[in-house]
Every structure is written in C-alpha cells, then in structure tokens.
Design a protein around this ligand. Structure first.
Ligand SMILES: [Zn+2]
Ligand SMILES: [Zn+2]
Length: 145
C-alpha cells in the first residue's frame, strides 16, 4: 500500500492517504465505541501532511480524553460516518478510521489498545501486542528502535 483512498458512506467525503501510515491498531476505548457505533475502532496513525480531504462536507465534535487532551472527531455532515480525529497533544498527527478505507479488508493491526473497556463478547485478534490502556507513544508513532 503506497497510496490509498477512502470515504464516508454517502461518498460526499473522500480522502487520499499519500504514504504508508506510521502505525495501525485497534482502539477499544469507550469514546471510539460510541463515536463509531462499534465494538472497537481500527485506526491508521498518519502524519497530517500525508492526508488529503476536502472539508466542506465535514462536521466535527471535540471532547476531552481520559488523559486530559482534547480529541476532535471529524465526520460527514450528511451520513455521520466518522472519518478522522485529531488529538491536541500531537498536532502533526491524525488518526483515520480504517473502516472508511476502500481496501479495509487488508487492514492488519499492529497493536490493540484500551482493551480494558472491550466488551467481553468482543472478538480480539490473536498474536497482536495488547495494552489495557494506551500504547507507548513510540509504538503509535512507529518510532521503534
Ligand atoms: Zn457521508
Ligand atoms: Zn479509542
């Protein structure tokens, strides 16, 4: 995957990703559950500069995370699909909801985070590094040494 693209359910919001993500994982925090309407949220972590998305059909909502930073979620005004989020602590980074990718079926998580709030009936992938809460920032930013 060098370049990829995706969009919302109604196709009013379309985006392009210009290079490989820094990392990819699945978040099971309660905020992702609520905003995604799902057990968990597969995410790509990207440099903001590698993401192209027209903003005219986007709406957003900002909430506080457990760690005190603010998270702004951007979603399609028309259909409500959640497309990407920005976290105030890391302004150059954004997370894209991988389910909105054209080729989501090729998504392979590198880590699972916030599994302490995963529902007991939620199937978790095997053999993936798993964190009860947030993963170390170096892992999320792909800075493995
Ligand atoms: Zn839409
Ligand atoms: Zn989350």
């Amino acid at each position: 995957m060098n370049q990829s693209s995706g969009g919302c359910l109604c196709q009013k919001v379309q985006y392009k990703i210009l290079s490989e993500p820094l990392s990819q994982g699945i978040c099971y925090c309660q905020q992702c559950q609520k905003s995604g309407g799902a057990y968990g949220s597969p995410l790509l972590v990207l440099l903001k500069s590698q993401f192209e998305c027209a903003t005219e059909n986007l709406s957003s909502c900002t909430t506080q995370s457990d760690r005190g930073s603010s998270v702004t979620r951007h979603f399609c005004k028309a259909c409500g699909s959640h497309i990407f989020s920005q976290i105030s602590d890391v302004p150059d980074i954004l997370t894209v909801k991988a389910v909105t990718l054209e080729d989501f079926k090729n998504f392979v998580p590198q880590y699972l985070v916030w599994t302490k709030s995963a529902a007991p009936t939620c199937p978790l992938p095997n053999d993936v590094p798993t964190f009860l809460q947030a993963a170390p920032l170096e892992l999320v930013l792909g800075q493995t040494t």
